[in-house]
Design a protein around this ligand. Structure first.
Ligand code: THU
Length: 139
């Protein structure tokens, strides 16, 4: 992935963050991902008065892709922070989202955790979820 492509994906994550529904935590997260065929999907966190029913931004984006028949994610960018502010820190995917990504990640998926278009960190899924449990574990 080129630097320009990464920055574009972060821009899309920051855009998706604007539509996050987070009236309880006021922590707004946006995610954007690109699938193996080059399709783009976005998502924001969607909270619920019954807190446990909340869906994280990453999973919102992943589920949009899967619903559209795209099951291999090449790269995902995520950015989060308190509403009304730019992300103050890197918002790392939670454990559940890491597990969901394990299911649909391309072998070399790039995970980008961004504070801004130019300030970001990059990881492999293996770094964020070592010894992960996947489909091959139950064959
Ligand atoms: N959140 C995400 O959207 N992604 C993560 O990986 C971590 C947490 C959301 C869930 C909740 O709406 C808010 O951030 C505070 O936990």
């Amino acid at each position: 992935m080129s630097e320009q492509e990464k920055q574009e994906l972060i821009r899309r994550a920051l855009d998706a963050r604007k539509k996050a529904y987070a009236p309880y935590s006021h922590f707004q997260v946006g995610a954007a991902l690109v699938t193996e065929d080059g399709s783009l999907y976005q998502g924001g966190n969607i909270e619920n008065a019954s807190y446990g029913a909340t869906c994280c931004a990453e999973r919102t984006a992943v589920f949009q892709a899967v619903c559209d028949g795209k099951r291999r994610i090449k790269a995902l960018a995520v950015a989060g922070g308190m509403e009304g502010t730019e992300p103050a820190d890197y918002a790392y995917p939670c454990g559940i989202c890491r597990q969901v990504l394990q299911e649909f990640a391309a072998a070399d998926m790039v995970l980008i955790v961004a504070r801004s278009v130019t300030d970001y960190r990059e990881y492999s899924l293996e770094e964020l979820l070592p010894y992960g449990f996947g489909g091959e574990s139950i064959k």
